[in-house]
Ligand binder design. Structure first.
Ligand code: IVH
Length: 682
């Protein structure tokens, strides 16, 4: 074969391979090669095309570079207008029921007619785009604009690897306009912002604005640097193919053409199934890798869609059912500080009440003094508050343009609002602390709550309210005082019936018998969580040797580093703490003690594991226990020191980090195999 012909053949093969891998990655979400291997294919194609410029085709993956900046976008008239859909803002089940009822009425269905078939999809939060494929090749990409006329962003869109430059398959339509949403994943957004900040640039506000801004860049080279993705949700003009009869059929066809279509779409029947879909997606919303602001229901039959038609440019056959907003603007009425169990003083924004993330929010954490400065939050400011899932509400940013002239900056108080002790902030710490220790009622209350909590001494009925009352009434100073309480003391408190008083006293009495690990955890030593408490209990076997342990001895315990060792030493060095422990022992609190069990080395001693995602059968605790039994240590974050990452479903950034660092990755079967091998070997 002539060298030219051989090169042409190789270039074609490389292009096909790259297209297949793009599709595996973006459409099927199942890459079959590593990033490095992909890059190698890409570079080979680039150098072939450099040597033989005649071989370059417009739809070659190497052409996703954008070209020179321009001064404005050309206009594109949409052959079929890009419509928007009605929004259902009732964020309860009623939203879906209203839509179904309307469809049944518009179709004049009798009450006993079978349920209507719908397609339910996610409502992606990005920018609507129309992609025109002629004879399978992407020719024009346009924004929605006013629905009739949009902007020609073809060269920008060509830089998005998720969007095929050529449709896959032998039988592609003569003409096909794919419609969908360009978006940015949460992870890509965070990484982009980290890069921005590292380079000293301003960070972006949210994935949606960033994606929309990137598509509308006059310089396609900038778009090319933004990690954009795409999901199709419909079509515009099309010809020269056999159009499916349903919307679900349409989306399946798009997927077969190599266009990314999200997998969380479902064909459903009737209002009940729509409601169940809405609830299921709402519950998973925060775990999805990209942002959505609701779901979309569409009548599945295209014939019925035509029957239903349009009202004022909105299809009657579709609705967007919104989720509660996770971000809302509100007013900062004051900035107070809150004192935690360890004395940490946290600035809290007191907000004008606002309904966000499905709840009424009046407070948002500002984390620490530096955060208040960084975000520049002032009393009197309008801010965006975010509440997502179970996470504590936080202030995302200030609406500086709405700042009143008399907005006041936050000043960290010098004395604790609870006890009047000095607030101190060590030079290298972000957190300011109340130095009042156990004289500070805030710290006492929190210490009591921690002591009574489920994984500590587990005192049922001794909740926040009761502790509040006990401390305020002067009945309880330290945790040891709990064991002196009598039922009549409690019964005198407000809202406390005799019966419940007796129950609490009994629960306190029961808590006298506990385990060493729980007792250590219950003490509330800074940085000592449940796992560390267990390690300490196992290592020392009894309280006395732990109390007397030197820093060097503490450092012998698995996973204990200098910070923890110091915190433990400080705790036991404090006379007040020793008194409380003695008082607890005096009050009859007992735990199991045993000879120190210095776990001998196991087959995986010295190996460090990180667990991420959901394993098919083992819970995280179970997997951890298995590994620790074999001598391995299990840590929370992936670093160069990590030997293995065990990854399950929905594994996120830790898995990505492991891949980046080239760390061995195991699934659950792999973990079992490794344990079996290593136990066999030892
Ligand atoms: S269908 C004629 N489906 O939400 C129906 N739209 O007004 C056209 N969107 O800006 C829209 N996810 O870009 C549809 N699964 C989805 C969607 C979706 C997001 C956007 C769309 C438009 C708005 C709807």
């Amino acid at each position: 074969m002539a060298p030219q012909a051989a090169a042409a053949q190789r270039a074609a093969a490389l292009r096909d391979a790259i297209r297949i891998h793009d599709r595996n990655y973006y459409v099927l979400d199942q890459p079959t090669i590593s990033d490095a291997e992909y890059d190698a294919l890409f570079r080979e194609l680039q150098s072939l095309e450099r040597e033989h410029p005649a071989l370059v085709t417009p739809d070659s993956p190497t052409q996703r570079v954008g070209g020179a900046p321009r001064s404005e976008f050309a206009q594109v008239r949409h052959a079929v207008p890009m419509l928007s859909i009605r929004t259902e803002t009732n964020t309860t089940a009623a939203g879906a029921e209203l839509f179904d009822a309307r469809i049944r009425r518009d179709l004049e269905l009798p009450p006993d007619a079978p349920p209507v078939e719908y397609m339910a999809e996610l409502k992606f939060d990005g920018l609507a785009i129309s992609l025109r494929y002629e004879k399978g090749t992407l020719t024009v990409a346009a924004t929605r604009g006013d629905g009739e006329v949009g902007e020609d962003v073809t060269r920008n869109i060509q830089t998005i690897r998720a969007i095929p430059l050529r449709l896959a398959g032998r039988h592609v339509p003569d003409l096909l306009e794919v419609r969908g949403e360009v978006y940015m994943s949460k992870k890509d957004f965070e990484a982009l912002n980290a890069r921005q900040e590292a380079a000293g640039f301003r960070s972006f506000i949210n994935p949606r604005n960033t994606a929309a801004g990137a598509v509308r860049q006059l310089d396609p080279a900038i778009t090319a640097q933004r990690p954009l993705r795409f999901f199709a949700y419909g079509i515009g003009e099309s010809s020269g193919w056999v159009m499916p009869a349903t919307h679900s059929g349409l989306l399946d066809a798009l997927e077969a053409f190599g266009v990314p279509v999200n997998r969380d779409r479902r064909v459903l029947h009737g209002a009940g199934e729509l409601v169940a879909y809405y609830d299921a997606i709402a519950a998973r919303r925060d775990k999805l890798p990209f942002e959505i602001d609701g779901v979309v229901y569409k009548v599945n039959s295209l014939a019925l869609q035509r029957t239903l038609g349009y009202v004022t440019r909105e299809p009657r056959w579709a609705v967007a059912h919104k989720f509660p907003a996770q971000e809302m603007p509100t007013l900062v009425q004051a900035i107070d500080v809150q004192v935690g169990r360890t004395g940490a003083v946290t600035p809290i924004a007191r907000l004008a009440p606002v309904f966000v993330g499905g709840a009424n929010v009046t407070n948002a954490t500002l984390h620490n003094e530096d955060e208040v400065r960084r975000k520049d939050v002032r009393v009197g400011d309008w801010v965006i508050v975010r509440r997502a899932g179970d996470v504590i509400p936080e202030v995302v940013r200030v609406l500086v343009e709405r700042r009143p002239a008399d907005a006041r900056e936050f000043v960290m108080p010098t004395v604790c609002p609870e006890c009047g002790s000095a607030i101190v902030r060590l030079p290298d710490e972000a957190i300011a602390r109340c130095s009042g220790g156990l004289v500070c009622p805030a710290q006492r209350k929190q210490a009591l709550r921690h002591f009574a909590s489920r994984h500590a001494l587990d005192i049922e009925g001794l909740g926040e309210k009761l502790i509040e009352q006990l401390v305020d009434a002067g009945l309880v100073g330290t945790v040891a005082d709990l064991y002196r309480l009598r039922a009549p003391d409690l019964a005198r408190l407000e809202r406390m019936a005799d019966k419940s008083a007796a129950n609490v006293i009994e629960a306190i009495a029961r808590s006298r018998n506990t385990t060493l690990a729980r007792f250590i955890y219950a003490l509330g030593i800074r940085h000592v969580g449940e796992a560390t408490a267990r390690d300490l209990a196992q290592h020392f076997g009894a309280l006395a040797p732990l109390q007397a342990a030197s820093e060097a001895e503490l450092l012998e315990v698995r996973d204990i580093g200098p910070v923890l060792a110091e915190s433990i030493r400080d705790f036991f060095a404090e006379g007040h703490n020793r008194q409380v422990i003695a008082a607890l022992q005096g009050a009859g609190v007992r735990w199991d003690e045993h000879a120190p069990r210095r776990a001998g080395p196991g087959p995986l001693t010295g190996k460090t594991f990180v667990l991420t995602g959901t394993l098919p059968t083992l819970s995280r605790d179970e997997a951890k226990a298995l590994l620790e039994e074999a001598g391995a240590s299990v840590t929370g974050s992936v670093s160069k020191k990590t030997d293995y990452v065990v990854a399950g479903a929905d594994a996120g950034s830790k898995l990505a980090r492991a891949q980046e660092l080239g760390i061995a990755i195991l699934d659950e079967d792999g973990l079992h195999a490794l344990l079996k091998r290593s136990h066999g070997a030892s």
